[in-house]
Design a protein around this ligand. Structure first.
Ligand code: NAI
Ligand code: SOE
Length: 390
């Protein structure tokens, strides 16, 4: 079994999740496809980097991410910084021939995402964009039902991602509210997770018709480099402008004829990580809610009329990734397990010399969908989604 040395850039929320995944992946999936070695972690300052190395179990630390790119011992570059750094780091990593896992959204715009995709296409680099929610076993099970034709032809998809961490006007001006860093707001931050699910489960988008709103135009400035994600202050002190969307709602037409809607907001009081979809087919329906992520609701037209209704399947050893997870259904998986599964599939692709989805082509296509949604919200018209040549 080969050791693969990881250079992780960014030691915040995702730095923590990815470090956990590297440590735990071989404990869950054994024999592991490869052993991730937590070699070096980069943070914004030497002090933050040293702290991150001690906390997350890395051998070395640096405040210069370029030293990771230049290090011939590093096999994998993991990009867990805010969005504005993804393109520059990924392109440098690709030029150095490193395998790359990059957090979502791939970048701030379609144009930036294209440059990243161009840097890896026609190479042997394994590249992945970290839309981890599709690796929830219940979501992978939904995919299996659909692929097996259990609900017939898919005719509609309704997806939501609703949170409330920024509903309070005094929650701070995270980098997630600044276009120059984030690219877009709820759309890029959480709407893209639903778009990834929709492409995974239904297929390509052909056009969108959208509305977007910004409910809270300025927020208190936050101090420190880590994002305080909704840590509400008293609201004193200077405020800065929000120049991204707080909420997005779009209608979708899919290439296979299905229609749908996608809604994303971080201003929905009472909703925490309400990432849901409801899919109707000609022979049945499937419903998923991440807040109850071990469960999949399914209803089949073939059931006798007097017994027809949603039933709950609890995911466990019999389901996708079950061989590596817990031995009894409904013991419960968490956010961490979705990242462990993501790491497993990524390292498997490297070890086997294959590829993995979602990758930079998917990330780029999603960025083009985002661009079309923004254009439609500005014009009020349906906008066609260009399809990348992958
Ligand atoms: P965060 O703000 O918690 O952490 C980012 C870290 O990057 C900070 O600690 C910051 O000091 C560091 N950083 C900034 N500039 C740097 C530089 N030049 N060199 C090294 N480190 C630097 O942000 P979070 O939540 O971890 O988000 C990071 C990325 O992960 C974003 O792209 C975000 O969209 C994505 N994300 C994905 C999630 C998922 O479910 N897949 C969940 C949360 C975030
Ligand atoms: C904040 O909305 C956030 O951390 C997103 O950035 C992630 O992508 C999502 O998984 C959880 O919420």
């Amino acid at each position: 079994m080969q050791n693969l040395n990881v250079g992780l850039i960014g030691g915040g929320f995702m730095g923590k999740a990815h470090s956990l995944a590297y440590a735990a992946m071989p404990m869950f999936f054994w024999p592991a496809p490869a052993m991730p070695v937590r070699k070096v972690i980069a943070e914004a300052t030497d002090e933050l980097a040293a702290q991150a190395a001690s906390r997350f179990g890395f051998e070395k630390s640096t405040s210069d991410w370029r030293s990771i790119i230049d290090d011939p011992d590093i096999h994998v570059v993991d990009i867990a910084t805010p969005n504005h750094l993804h393109a520059e780091i990924a392109i440098a990593a690709a030029e150095a021939g490193k395998h790359i896992i990059c957090e979502k959204p791939l970048a701030r715009t379609g144009e930036e995402s294209k440059a990243m995709y161009d840097a890896v296409k026609n190479t042997d680099i394994v590249h992945m964009v970290a839309f981890n929610y599709r690796r929830t076993p219940a979501v992978a099970l939904a995919k299996k039902y659909i692929d097996e034709g259990a609900i017939g032809r898919v005719i509609s998809f309704r997806g939501t991602y609703l949170q409330d961490w920024s509903a309070d006007a005094n929650s701070p001006l995270s980098w997630r509210f600044q276009k120059s860093i984030a690219g877009s707001g709820a759309l890029g931050d959480i709407g893209t997770h639903v778009i990834d699910m929709a492409r995974y489960l239904v297929g390509e988008f052909t056009s969108v018709n959208s509305v977007m709103s910004t409910w809270i135009p300025e927020r208190p400035l936050q101090s420190g480099s880590a994002d305080s994600l909704g840590n509400v202050s008293g609201g004193e002190g200077p405020r800065g402008a929000v120049d991204v969307d707080d909420e997005v709602l779009t209608m979708v037409k899919f290439a296979n004829g299905a229609i749908g809607s996608i809604e994303a907001t971080r201003n929905a009081y009472g909703r925490n990580n309400f990432l849901t979809f409801e899919i109707h087919g000609t022979e049945g329906s499937i419903v998923f809610n991440y807040e109850r992520r071990d469960e999949l609701q399914v209803c089949f037209a073939s059931d006798p009329g007097d017994r027809r209704g949603f039933r709950t399947v609890y995911t466990g050893p019999a389901h996708p990734y079950g061989e590596g997870l817990w031995p009894i259904p409904a013991l419960g998986i968490g956010y961490g397990e979705t990242k462990i599964i993501e790491a497993y599939d990524f390292f498997k692709a490297i070890a086997e010399g294959g590829s993995v989805s979602p990758n930079f082509a998917d990330g780029y296509q999603i960025a083009l969908i985002d661009d079309a949604i923004i254009e439609s919200a500005e014009s009020g018209a349906w906008v066609d989604v260009p399809r990348i040549d992958a």
